[in-house]
Design a protein around this ligand. Sequence first.
Ligand code: UD1
Length: 340
Amino acid sequence: MSKKILVTGGTGYIGSHTVVELIQEGFEVVIIDDLSNSQVEVVDRIADITGVKPGFEQFNLCDEGLLSDFFQRHNDIVGVIHFAAFKAVGESVTKPLKYYRNNLVSLMNVLESLDHLSLKNVVFSSSCTVYGQPDNLPVTENAPLKPAESPYGNTKKVCEEILLDACSADIDLNVISLRYFNPVGAHESALIGELPKGKPNNLMPFITQTGAGILPELSVFGDDYDTEDGTAIRDYVHVVDLAKAHIAAVKHLLNISSDNNYQHYNIGTGNGYSVLDLIKSFERHTGQKLPYKIVGRRAGDIEKIYAGTALANERLNWSAKLELDEMVSSAWKWQKTLKN
Ligand code: UD1
Protein backbone atom coordinates (compact mmCIF):
# COMPACT_ATOMS: atom_id res chain seq x y z
CA MET A 1 0.00 0.00 0.00
CA SER A 2 1.12 3.56 -0.70
CA LYS A 3 2.42 5.44 2.34
CA LYS A 4 1.92 8.88 0.83
CA ILE A 5 0.60 11.59 3.16
CA LEU A 6 -0.40 15.12 2.16
CA VAL A 7 0.53 17.70 4.79
CA THR A 8 -1.16 21.06 4.19
CA GLY A 9 0.67 23.87 5.95
CA GLY A 10 3.69 21.58 6.10
CA THR A 11 6.27 24.37 6.19
CA GLY A 12 4.65 25.98 9.25
CA TYR A 13 5.61 25.49 12.87
CA ILE A 14 3.70 22.32 13.80
CA GLY A 15 3.52 21.14 10.18
CA SER A 16 7.29 21.07 9.67
CA HIS A 17 7.89 19.08 12.86
CA THR A 18 5.18 16.63 11.81
CA VAL A 19 6.72 16.18 8.33
CA VAL A 20 10.04 15.26 10.01
CA GLU A 21 8.36 12.64 12.19
CA LEU A 22 6.37 11.22 9.24
CA ILE A 23 9.51 10.82 7.12
CA GLN A 24 11.34 9.22 10.03
CA GLU A 25 8.44 6.74 10.33
CA GLY A 26 8.82 5.77 6.67
CA PHE A 27 5.97 7.80 5.18
CA GLU A 28 6.29 9.60 1.86
CA VAL A 29 5.28 13.24 2.30
CA VAL A 30 4.03 15.90 -0.05
CA ILE A 31 3.44 19.39 1.30
CA ILE A 32 1.05 22.07 0.08
CA ASP A 33 1.71 25.48 1.60
CA ASP A 34 1.11 28.99 0.25
CA LEU A 35 4.06 30.31 2.30
CA SER A 36 1.87 33.09 3.71
CA ASN A 37 3.35 32.49 7.16
CA SER A 38 6.41 30.32 6.50
CA GLN A 39 9.47 30.03 4.30
CA VAL A 40 10.37 27.63 1.52
CA GLU A 41 13.81 27.03 3.12
CA VAL A 42 12.00 24.88 5.68
CA VAL A 43 11.74 22.16 3.01
CA ASP A 44 15.55 22.00 2.82
CA ARG A 45 15.83 22.07 6.61
CA ILE A 46 13.54 19.02 6.76
CA ALA A 47 15.80 17.32 4.21
CA ASP A 48 18.86 18.21 6.33
CA ILE A 49 17.29 16.54 9.37
CA THR A 50 15.84 13.45 7.69
CA GLY A 51 17.97 12.92 4.58
CA VAL A 52 14.77 12.96 2.51
CA LYS A 53 13.32 15.99 0.74
CA PRO A 54 9.52 16.02 0.89
CA GLY A 55 7.49 16.98 -2.17
CA PHE A 56 6.39 20.60 -2.10
CA GLU A 57 3.78 22.62 -4.00
CA GLN A 58 3.02 26.28 -3.32
CA PHE A 59 -0.60 27.35 -3.57
CA ASN A 60 -3.56 28.38 -1.42
CA LEU A 61 -6.16 25.71 -0.72
CA CYS A 62 -8.99 28.12 -1.47
CA ASP A 63 -8.09 27.52 -5.13
CA GLU A 64 -10.36 24.54 -5.84
CA GLY A 65 -9.03 24.03 -9.35
CA LEU A 66 -5.40 23.73 -8.27
CA LEU A 67 -6.35 21.42 -5.43
CA SER A 68 -8.42 19.14 -7.63
CA ASP A 69 -5.59 18.99 -10.17
CA PHE A 70 -3.18 18.18 -7.33
CA PHE A 71 -5.27 15.23 -6.12
CA GLN A 72 -5.64 13.87 -9.65
CA ARG A 73 -1.83 13.79 -9.89
CA HIS A 74 -1.49 12.29 -6.38
CA ASN A 75 -4.41 9.87 -6.23
CA ASP A 76 -2.34 7.40 -4.18
CA ILE A 77 -2.47 9.62 -1.08
CA VAL A 78 -3.66 7.57 1.91
CA GLY A 79 -4.07 10.40 4.42
CA VAL A 80 -4.24 14.18 4.72
CA ILE A 81 -2.99 16.13 7.73
CA HIS A 82 -4.61 19.53 7.45
CA PHE A 83 -2.69 22.30 9.25
CA ALA A 84 -3.02 25.13 6.74
CA ALA A 85 -4.95 27.96 8.40
CA PHE A 86 -4.57 31.50 9.65
CA LYS A 87 -3.98 31.52 13.39
CA ALA A 88 -3.40 35.06 14.73
CA VAL A 89 -6.10 35.54 17.35
CA GLY A 90 -5.84 39.36 17.42
CA GLU A 91 -5.90 39.75 13.63
CA SER A 92 -8.94 37.49 13.43
CA VAL A 93 -10.86 40.02 15.54
CA THR A 94 -10.13 42.87 13.12
CA LYS A 95 -10.35 40.76 9.92
CA PRO A 96 -12.92 38.08 10.70
CA LEU A 97 -13.96 37.48 7.09
CA LYS A 98 -10.38 36.82 6.05
CA TYR A 99 -10.25 34.11 8.74
CA TYR A 100 -13.63 32.56 8.00
CA ARG A 101 -12.99 32.49 4.25
CA ASN A 102 -9.52 31.03 4.44
CA ASN A 103 -9.97 28.52 7.23
CA LEU A 104 -13.43 27.23 6.28
CA VAL A 105 -13.11 27.25 2.49
CA SER A 106 -9.72 25.49 2.66
CA LEU A 107 -11.16 22.70 4.75
CA MET A 108 -14.23 22.27 2.54
CA ASN A 109 -12.08 22.20 -0.60
CA VAL A 110 -9.85 19.53 0.92
CA LEU A 111 -12.88 17.43 1.88
CA GLU A 112 -14.49 17.73 -1.57
CA SER A 113 -11.24 16.88 -3.35
CA LEU A 114 -10.92 13.62 -1.39
CA ASP A 115 -13.32 12.06 -3.90
CA HIS A 116 -10.26 11.61 -6.14
CA LEU A 117 -8.80 9.18 -3.59
CA SER A 118 -9.69 5.63 -2.67
CA LEU A 119 -8.88 6.24 1.02
CA LYS A 120 -10.36 9.30 2.74
CA ASN A 121 -8.43 9.83 5.96
CA VAL A 122 -8.03 13.27 7.53
CA VAL A 123 -6.28 14.54 10.64
CA PHE A 124 -7.42 18.05 11.54
CA SER A 125 -5.61 20.64 13.70
CA SER A 126 -8.04 21.80 16.30
CA SER A 127 -7.42 23.61 19.55
CA CYS A 128 -8.30 23.47 23.23
CA THR A 129 -9.68 26.94 22.62
CA VAL A 130 -12.99 25.16 21.80
CA TYR A 131 -13.46 24.45 25.55
CA GLY A 132 -13.21 28.09 26.70
CA GLN A 133 -12.82 28.06 30.49
CA PRO A 134 -13.89 24.50 31.34
CA ASP A 135 -16.01 23.83 34.43
CA ASN A 136 -13.92 20.82 35.44
CA LEU A 137 -10.20 20.09 35.19
CA PRO A 138 -8.51 18.23 33.68
CA VAL A 139 -10.81 18.87 30.75
CA THR A 140 -11.93 15.74 28.93
CA GLU A 141 -13.14 15.36 25.35
CA ASN A 142 -16.81 15.19 26.33
CA ALA A 143 -16.76 18.57 28.12
CA PRO A 144 -19.23 21.03 26.61
CA LEU A 145 -17.84 23.46 24.04
CA LYS A 146 -18.09 27.14 24.95
CA PRO A 147 -18.74 30.13 22.68
CA ALA A 148 -15.46 31.10 21.01
CA GLU A 149 -13.56 34.14 22.28
CA SER A 150 -12.40 35.12 18.77
CA PRO A 151 -13.22 34.50 15.11
CA TYR A 152 -10.05 32.37 14.95
CA GLY A 153 -11.33 30.19 17.81
CA ASN A 154 -14.70 30.01 16.12
CA THR A 155 -13.14 28.75 12.87
CA LYS A 156 -11.76 25.78 14.83
CA LYS A 157 -15.18 25.08 16.36
CA VAL A 158 -17.03 25.41 13.04
CA CYS A 159 -14.44 23.27 11.22
CA GLU A 160 -14.99 20.51 13.80
CA GLU A 161 -18.74 20.76 13.13
CA ILE A 162 -18.19 20.61 9.35
CA LEU A 163 -16.06 17.49 9.81
CA LEU A 164 -18.63 15.83 12.05
CA ASP A 165 -21.42 16.49 9.55
CA ALA A 166 -19.29 15.36 6.62
CA CYS A 167 -18.49 12.12 8.47
CA SER A 168 -22.19 11.52 9.22
CA ALA A 169 -22.96 11.87 5.52
CA ASP A 170 -20.09 9.70 4.27
CA ILE A 171 -19.12 6.52 6.10
CA ASP A 172 -16.00 6.21 3.92
CA LEU A 173 -14.61 9.43 5.37
CA ASN A 174 -12.50 8.97 8.52
CA VAL A 175 -11.48 12.00 10.55
CA ILE A 176 -9.53 12.64 13.73
CA SER A 177 -9.50 16.16 15.18
CA LEU A 178 -6.60 16.80 17.53
CA ARG A 179 -7.30 19.48 20.10
CA TYR A 180 -3.89 20.92 20.81
CA PHE A 181 -3.13 22.55 24.11
CA ASN A 182 -0.19 25.05 24.03
CA PRO A 183 2.53 23.91 21.60
CA VAL A 184 6.01 25.19 22.43
CA GLY A 185 9.68 24.28 21.86
CA ALA A 186 11.55 23.30 18.72
CA HIS A 187 13.31 20.37 17.09
CA GLU A 188 16.50 19.32 18.94
CA SER A 189 18.54 20.01 15.78
CA ALA A 190 17.46 23.67 16.02
CA LEU A 191 16.99 23.56 12.23
CA ILE A 192 13.24 24.13 12.47
CA GLY A 193 11.09 25.96 15.02
CA GLU A 194 8.52 28.69 15.44
CA LEU A 195 9.04 31.81 13.31
CA PRO A 196 6.63 34.41 14.65
CA LYS A 197 6.12 37.34 12.29
CA GLY A 198 6.68 40.68 14.06
CA LYS A 199 6.05 40.91 17.77
CA PRO A 200 4.98 37.50 19.09
CA ASN A 201 1.65 37.01 20.85
CA ASN A 202 2.36 33.69 22.48
CA LEU A 203 4.24 33.37 25.74
CA MET A 204 7.22 31.17 24.83
CA PRO A 205 8.52 33.17 21.85
CA PHE A 206 7.97 36.31 23.92
CA ILE A 207 10.13 34.86 26.69
CA THR A 208 12.94 33.76 24.37
CA GLN A 209 12.96 37.05 22.43
CA THR A 210 13.11 38.96 25.71
CA GLY A 211 15.92 36.70 26.91
CA ALA A 212 17.78 37.37 23.66
CA GLY A 213 17.43 41.14 24.15
CA ILE A 214 15.21 41.58 21.07
CA LEU A 215 12.34 42.72 23.30
CA PRO A 216 13.02 44.83 26.39
CA GLU A 217 10.61 43.21 28.83
CA LEU A 218 7.91 40.58 29.16
CA SER A 219 4.48 41.66 30.39
CA VAL A 220 2.83 39.02 32.58
CA PHE A 221 -0.89 39.34 31.97
CA GLY A 222 -2.44 39.23 35.43
CA ASP A 223 -1.28 37.89 38.81
CA ASP A 224 -4.69 37.92 40.46
CA TYR A 225 -6.04 34.64 39.08
CA ASP A 226 -7.22 31.94 41.46
CA THR A 227 -4.03 29.89 41.03
CA GLU A 228 -1.08 29.14 43.33
CA ASP A 229 1.07 32.09 42.21
CA GLY A 230 -1.79 34.15 40.76
CA THR A 231 -0.73 33.76 37.11
CA ALA A 232 -2.70 31.79 34.53
CA ILE A 233 -2.23 28.06 34.01
CA ARG A 234 -1.80 26.30 30.65
CA ASP A 235 -0.83 22.84 29.44
CA TYR A 236 2.36 23.44 27.41
CA VAL A 237 3.24 20.55 25.10
CA HIS A 238 6.52 20.06 23.23
CA VAL A 239 5.99 20.45 19.49
CA VAL A 240 7.87 17.20 18.81
CA ASP A 241 5.49 15.29 21.10
CA LEU A 242 2.62 17.05 19.35
CA ALA A 243 4.04 16.08 15.94
CA LYS A 244 4.20 12.45 17.10
CA ALA A 245 0.51 12.59 18.03
CA HIS A 246 -0.21 13.12 14.31
CA ILE A 247 1.71 9.97 13.39
CA ALA A 248 -0.31 8.08 16.00
CA ALA A 249 -3.52 9.52 14.54
CA VAL A 250 -2.57 8.60 10.95
CA LYS A 251 -1.71 5.05 12.01
CA HIS A 252 -5.00 4.81 13.87
CA LEU A 253 -6.91 5.94 10.78
CA LEU A 254 -5.06 3.48 8.55
CA ASN A 255 -5.93 0.62 10.93
CA ILE A 256 -9.47 1.74 11.67
CA SER A 257 -12.06 -1.00 11.90
CA SER A 258 -15.35 -0.53 13.75
CA ASP A 259 -14.44 2.79 15.34
CA ASN A 260 -16.61 5.86 15.00
CA ASN A 261 -15.57 7.62 11.76
CA TYR A 262 -15.26 11.01 13.53
CA GLN A 263 -13.12 11.21 16.65
CA HIS A 264 -11.48 13.99 18.60
CA TYR A 265 -8.64 13.85 21.11
CA ASN A 266 -6.95 16.18 23.55
CA ILE A 267 -3.23 16.52 22.89
CA GLY A 268 -1.46 17.89 25.93
CA THR A 269 0.73 16.62 28.76
CA GLY A 270 -1.96 16.69 31.43
CA ASN A 271 0.17 19.08 33.53
CA GLY A 272 -0.65 22.72 34.16
CA TYR A 273 2.12 25.31 34.48
CA SER A 274 1.79 28.99 35.32
CA VAL A 275 3.35 31.93 33.49
CA LEU A 276 5.81 32.32 36.39
CA ASP A 277 6.70 28.60 36.15
CA LEU A 278 7.82 29.19 32.56
CA ILE A 279 9.82 32.26 33.51
CA LYS A 280 11.52 30.33 36.35
CA SER A 281 12.31 27.41 34.06
CA PHE A 282 13.85 29.83 31.55
CA GLU A 283 15.95 31.50 34.27
CA ARG A 284 17.08 28.12 35.61
CA HIS A 285 18.10 26.92 32.18
CA THR A 286 19.90 30.04 30.98
CA GLY A 287 21.24 31.30 34.32
CA GLN A 288 20.02 34.78 33.34
CA LYS A 289 17.31 36.93 34.88
CA LEU A 290 14.34 37.60 32.61
CA PRO A 291 13.08 41.18 32.82
CA TYR A 292 9.33 41.15 33.38
CA LYS A 293 6.54 43.20 34.90
CA ILE A 294 3.06 42.28 36.03
CA VAL A 295 0.32 44.06 34.07
CA GLY A 296 -3.48 43.66 33.87
CA ARG A 297 -5.20 40.57 32.49
CA ARG A 298 -5.38 40.16 28.71
CA ALA A 299 -8.91 40.30 27.30
CA GLY A 300 -10.23 36.87 26.37
CA ASP A 301 -7.72 34.93 28.49
CA ILE A 302 -8.95 32.08 30.62
CA GLU A 303 -7.64 31.34 34.11
CA LYS A 304 -6.70 27.72 33.99
CA ILE A 305 -6.76 24.77 31.60
CA TYR A 306 -4.96 21.45 31.26
CA ALA A 307 -5.79 18.31 29.35
CA GLY A 308 -7.29 15.02 30.33
CA THR A 309 -5.15 12.74 28.16
CA ALA A 310 -6.55 9.28 28.93
CA LEU A 311 -8.38 8.95 25.60
CA ALA A 312 -5.31 9.73 23.50
CA ASN A 313 -3.20 7.45 25.73
CA GLU A 314 -5.61 4.54 25.37
CA ARG A 315 -6.91 4.80 21.81
CA LEU A 316 -4.01 6.45 19.98
CA ASN A 317 -1.36 4.88 22.19
CA TRP A 318 0.21 8.33 22.46
CA SER A 319 1.47 10.28 25.43
CA ALA A 320 3.73 13.32 25.80
CA LYS A 321 7.25 12.43 26.88
CA LEU A 322 9.12 15.74 27.05
CA GLU A 323 9.16 17.91 30.18
CA LEU A 324 8.85 21.67 30.61
CA ASP A 325 12.63 22.13 30.90
CA GLU A 326 13.10 20.40 27.52
CA MET A 327 10.47 22.67 26.00
CA VAL A 328 12.25 25.75 27.31
CA SER A 329 15.76 24.57 26.42
CA SER A 330 14.82 23.64 22.83
CA ALA A 331 12.96 26.95 22.36
CA TRP A 332 16.04 28.80 23.63
CA LYS A 333 18.45 26.83 21.40
CA TRP A 334 16.25 27.70 18.40
CA GLN A 335 16.01 31.37 19.42
CA LYS A 336 19.81 31.61 19.51
CA THR A 337 20.05 30.38 15.92
CA LEU A 338 17.68 33.17 14.89
CA LYS A 339 19.75 35.86 16.54
CA ASN A 340 23.01 34.83 14.88
C1 UD1 B 1 -3.32 31.22 22.49
C2 UD1 B 1 -4.60 31.43 21.72
C3 UD1 B 1 -5.20 30.09 21.39
C4 UD1 B 1 -4.18 29.24 20.64
C5 UD1 B 1 -2.94 29.10 21.52
C6 UD1 B 1 -1.85 28.28 20.92
C7 UD1 B 1 -5.43 33.56 22.65
C8 UD1 B 1 -6.53 34.20 23.44
N1 UD1 B 1 -5.52 32.22 22.52
O1 UD1 B 1 -3.63 30.60 23.72
O2 UD1 B 1 -6.35 30.27 20.62
O3 UD1 B 1 -4.75 27.98 20.36
O4 UD1 B 1 -2.43 30.41 21.76
O5 UD1 B 1 -1.18 28.95 19.91
O6 UD1 B 1 -4.53 34.20 22.17
N2 UD1 B 1 1.06 35.62 28.47
C9 UD1 B 1 1.69 36.62 29.19
N3 UD1 B 1 2.45 37.51 28.49
C10 UD1 B 1 2.61 37.46 27.13
C11 UD1 B 1 1.97 36.42 26.40
C12 UD1 B 1 1.19 35.52 27.11
O7 UD1 B 1 1.57 36.71 30.41
O8 UD1 B 1 3.30 38.32 26.57
C13 UD1 B 1 0.25 34.63 29.19
C14 UD1 B 1 -1.21 34.60 28.75
O9 UD1 B 1 -1.96 35.53 29.46
C15 UD1 B 1 -1.58 33.15 29.07
C16 UD1 B 1 -0.27 32.38 28.86
O10 UD1 B 1 0.76 33.36 28.91
O11 UD1 B 1 -1.94 33.02 30.40
C17 UD1 B 1 -0.21 31.69 27.52
O12 UD1 B 1 -0.51 32.63 26.49
P1 UD1 B 1 -0.37 32.27 24.93
O13 UD1 B 1 0.96 31.66 24.67
O14 UD1 B 1 -0.74 33.49 24.17
O15 UD1 B 1 -1.43 31.11 24.72
P2 UD1 B 1 -3.00 31.09 25.05
O16 UD1 B 1 -3.53 32.42 25.35
O17 UD1 B 1 -3.23 30.02 26.05
